[in-house]
Design a protein around this ligand. Structure first.
Ligand SMILES: *[C@@H]1O[C@H](CO)[C@@H](O)[C@H](O)[C@H]1NC(C)=O
Ligand SMILES: *[C@@H]1O[C@H](CO)[C@@H](O)[C@H](O)[C@H]1NC(C)=O
Length: 598
C-alpha cells in the first residue's frame, strides 16, 4: 500500500529542508541588525535590485522548470504528492471507522476500539511502517453459571494433564501420560490461548504466553501441513493478539506467516499442502500430487488478518489469488471435488464431492470471508449461495423411516449418491444460521434446523450419547419393514472429541435463544464427562456404541481445547453477549478474528 521507495523520497526531502533551515538560523540575527541600520532610500534600492534579479533569472531559465511541479516531466514530485494524499485518506478512513464503532457500541462487554493517535501514525510512516489500528481487545469475567463452571473445570483438568506430561509438545496422551509430536509447535498451547482468555483463566494464559514468547520457534527442519498450521497456530496467535492486544502474538504470527509463504510458489498460485518451516521447501502430500480443496480455500481468513494487522499486503494477496482462481473453475452446481492440483490449478476429475472431510470449509470460508471483508466481495457470497443450492439439489437426502435430513456425498464419474455423513459436516448448521443472520435466504434456517436435529440423533442413538466419526443412513424403503435410520461401520465408531456439532449448537443458541440447543449441548458435555474423562485429562474413544467397551485411545487433540470446550463455554453463556458475532468471525479452528469494513 505504501511502497518503501516513496517513503525514502519523503525522508530525503524533509532532511534537505532541515539542513538549510539550520544554516540560515546561525547568521540571521546579524543580518537583521545591519538591515535596520540602512536608510529607507538604501532599502528601496536594495528591494529594486533584488526584484530585478529575480525577474531576470525567471526569464533566462529554460521553459521546463518554469511551470513547476505541475509539469509532467517532473513526474517524481507528482508521485510524492499523490502518495501523501493516499496516506491522509487512510488516516481519514481509520478515524471514520472509529466514530462509527463508537456509535454502534452499546454493550458493556465490548471495549471501545482504540486507535493510535494520528501523530504516531505519521511517525510510523516515516520509519517505514504503514498505520496500524490497535486491536479491538475484549475483557472477560470468567464463568457465570454452573454449566460454564463445569466446562472450565473440564478445561483445567485437561490442561493440567497436558502441563504435567506434554508441556511444550503438540498433544498429550493422557492415559500413557506421554506426549505426541506432530509439527513440533506446541499446538495445544497455541490452540488454547484464546479459550483461556475467554474463560478468564488468567494465570494459565500468562504461563502460555510466556512459553510462546520464549520457546515457540519456527525453525524446525520438519514438514508441516499448511492448512492445519494456518488454522491452529496462525489463527490461534492472531486471535490471542486481537483479544489481548499483546504484540508478542502478532510478532510470532508474522514470523510464522513468512515461513508459510513458500507454499504459494506454485505455477497456479494454489498452494502445496506441505511446507518445511526450517528449509522453506514446499511440496504436495506424500500420498499424491493434489492438495485438498478445503485446505487451500480455508487459510484466507488468517492470512488476510495477518495482512490487515501488520499492514503488509503480501499474505492477503497470496490467498486472495487462490480464492479468485477457484472461483473461476467450473463446478458442479456450485459444488467442488475434494482434490485440486497445485501445479495445474485444476480439480481432480471425478474426485468425491462432500461437505465432510476435504470439502467442508470451502463452503464455510466463502461465507466467512464475505463477512470478514464487510460484505464487499460479492463473488464470495454468490459462490456460497451456489454451493448451498447445489447441496440442496444434489446432496440433501432423507432417511426412509423417520425422514431425517442429512447431507450425502457424490462419488466417482457417475456421481453416485453415497448415503454417508461425516461428523465434520455437522458444522454446516451453524454456518447456515450465520448466513441467515447476515441477510441470506431464510430457507437456509430450515435446512439448519433439520440438519442440527439429525446431528443430535447421531449422538442420542448411542448408549454413550456420543457421535461416531461417520454415520451411514438408510434411504431405501424395504417392504413391510422399518429400517433403522442410521448405522455405523465398525471402523467409523470412534469419537475424537470433535467440536462441529457443539459449534452449530452455539450458533443456533446465539441466533435463536432457544434453550433446547443449550440442553442438547449439556447432555453431550455430560457424555464426555462419563466416557472420555480419565485421571489425567480427556481422551478420544474408539467406540461410541458400547459403554462397556469404549476403547479409550489415549489422545487429546488440540481442537478439544480450541473448539469443543470453547464452544461449550459460549453455548452456556446465557447473555449471548460474550463475543459479538457482528464484529467477530470464528476461523475453522474456533479462533475469533475481527470483521473489517471492507
Ligand atoms: C427449539 O428448538 C427445538 C429443536 O429444534 C424445537 O423442537 C422447538 O420447537 C424449539 N422451540 C421453540 C420455542 O422454537
Ligand atoms: C452420565 O452420568 C450421569 C451420572 O452417572 C448420569 O446421570 C447421566 O445420565 C450420564 N449421561 C450420559 C449421557 O451417559
Amino acid at each position: 500500500m505504501f511502497p518503501p521507495k516513496d517513503i525514502t523520497k519523503r525522508d530525503y526531502i524533509s532532511l534537505n529542508i532541515q539542513e538549510s533551515a539550520t544554516s540560515v538560523r546561525g547568521t540571521s540575527r546579524s543580518l537583521w541588525r545591519q538591515w535596520n541600520q540602512l536608510s529607507r532610500f538604501q532599502r528601496n534600492i536594495l528591494y529594486f535590485i533584488v526584484g530585478t534579479i529575480i525577474l531576470i533569472i525567471f526569464y533566462l531559465l529554460p521553459g521546463d522548470s518554469k511551470s513547476g511541479i505541475l509539469d509532467e516531466s517532473d513526474y517524481n514530485n507528482i508521485e510524492v504528492v499523490q502518495d501523501t494524499l493516499k496516506y491522509e485518506k487512510a488516516i481519514e478512513d481509520i478515524v471514520v471507522d472509529n466514530v462509527n464503532q463508537d456509535h454502534k457500541d452499546g454493550g458493556e462487554v465490548i471495549e471501545e476500539p482504540e486507535f493510535q493517535p494520528e501523530i504516531n501514525q505519521a511517525d510510523d510512516d516515516q520509519i517505514g511502517e504503514p498505520p496500524q489500528p490497535k486491536p479491538n481487545t475484549l475483557k472477560f469475567n470468567g464463568p457465570q453459571n454452573s454449566r460454564q463452571k463445569a466446562v472450565v473445570a473440564a478445561f483445567k483438568h485437561s490442561w493440567n494433564g497436558y502441563k504435567e506430561f506434554a508441556w511444550g509438545h503438540d498433544t498429550v496422551k493422557p492415559i500413557s501420560r506421554k506426549y505426541h509430536e506432530w509439527f513440533g509447535l506446541g499446538l495445544t498451547i497455541v490452540d488454547s490461548l484464546d479459550t483461556m482468555y475467554i474463560m478468564g483463566l488468567n494465570s494459565e494464559f500468562l504461563e502460555a504466553k510466556a512459553w510462546v514468547d520464549k520457546s515457540l520457534v519456527f525453525t524446525l527442519n520438519k514438514d508441516v501441513n499448511l492448512f492445519e498450521v494456518t488454522i491452529r497456530v496462525l489463527g490461534g496467535l492472531l486471535s490471542a493478539y486481537h483479544l489481548s492486544g499483546d504484540k508478542i502474538f502478532l510478532n510470532k504470527a508474522t514470523q510464522l506467516g513468512d515461513r508459510l509463504m513458500p507454499a504459494f510458489s506454485t505455477s497456479s498460485g494454489v498452494p502445496y499442502s506441505d511446507v518445511n518451516l526450517g528449509t522453506n521447501a514446499a511440496h504436495g502430500p506424500k500420498w499424491g500430487p493434489d492438495s485438498s480443496t478445503s485446505e487451500v480455500t480455508s487459510i484466507q481468513l488468517e492470512f488476510r488478518d495477518l495482512s490487515r494487522s501488520t499492514g503488509e499486503p503480501k499474505y492477503e494477496e497470496a490467498v486472495a489469488k487462490v480464492s479468485e482462481h477457484v472461483h473461476q473453475l467450473e463446478k458442479y452446481d456450485g459444488l467442488v471435488p475434494i482434490f485440486i492440483n497445485a501445479n495445474t490449478g485444476q480439480f481432480r476429475e471425478f474426485a468425491t464431492i462432500t461437505l465432510g472431510a476435504r470439502g467442508d470449509s470451502y463452503y464455510e470460508y466463502l461465507l466467512k470471508q464475505w463477512l470478514q471483508t464487510g460484505k464487499t466481495i460479492n463473488y464470495l457470497r454468490d459462490d456460497y449461495l451456489l454451493g448451498i443450492s447445489g447441496t440442496q439439489k444434489h446432496l440433501v437426502k432423507r432417511t426412509a423411516s423417520n425422514k431425517y435430513l442429512f447431507i450425502a456425498e457424490l462419488v466417482g464419474a457417475t456421481k453416485e449418491v453415497k448415503p454417508k455423513m461425516d461428523h465434520l459436516t455437522c458444522y454446516l448448521g451453524g454456518t447456515l444460521a450465520l448466513g441467515v443472520h447476515h441477510g441470506l435466504s431464510s430457507e437456509h434456517m430450515d435446512l439448519a434446523n433439520e440438519l442440527v436435529k439429525t446431528c443430535y440423533q447421531t449422538y442420542a442413538i448411542h448408549p454413550t450419547f456420543l457421535a461416531p466419526e461417520i454415520t451411514y443412513f438408510n434411504i431405501q424403503n424395504v417392504k413391510d419393514e422399518k429400517p433403522m435410520d442410521m448405522y455405523v461401520k465398525i471402523h467409523d465408531a470412534h469419537n475424537l472429541l470433535r467440536p462441529e456439532f457443539i459449534e452449530s449448537l452455539f450458533y443456533m443458541w446465539y441466533f435463536t435463544g432457544n434453550k433446547t440447543f443449550q440442553d442438547w449441548g449439556w447432555q453431550i458435555f455430560q457424555a464426555f464427562e462419563n466416557y472420555t474423562k480419565v485421571e489425567k485429562g480427556y481422551t478420544s474413544i474408539g467406540n461410541v456404541r458400547n459403554v462397556l467397551h469404549t476403547r479409550q485411545q489415549d489422545m487429546t487433540e488440540s481442537f478439544w481445547f480450541a473448539e469443543t470446550l470453547k464452544y461449550l463455554y459460549l453455548l452456556f453463556d446465557d447473555t449471548r453477549q460474550l463475543i459479538d458475532l457482528d464484529k467477530w468471525i470464528f476461523n475453522s479452528e474456533g479462533h475469533p478474528l475481527p470483521i473489517y469494513e471492507s
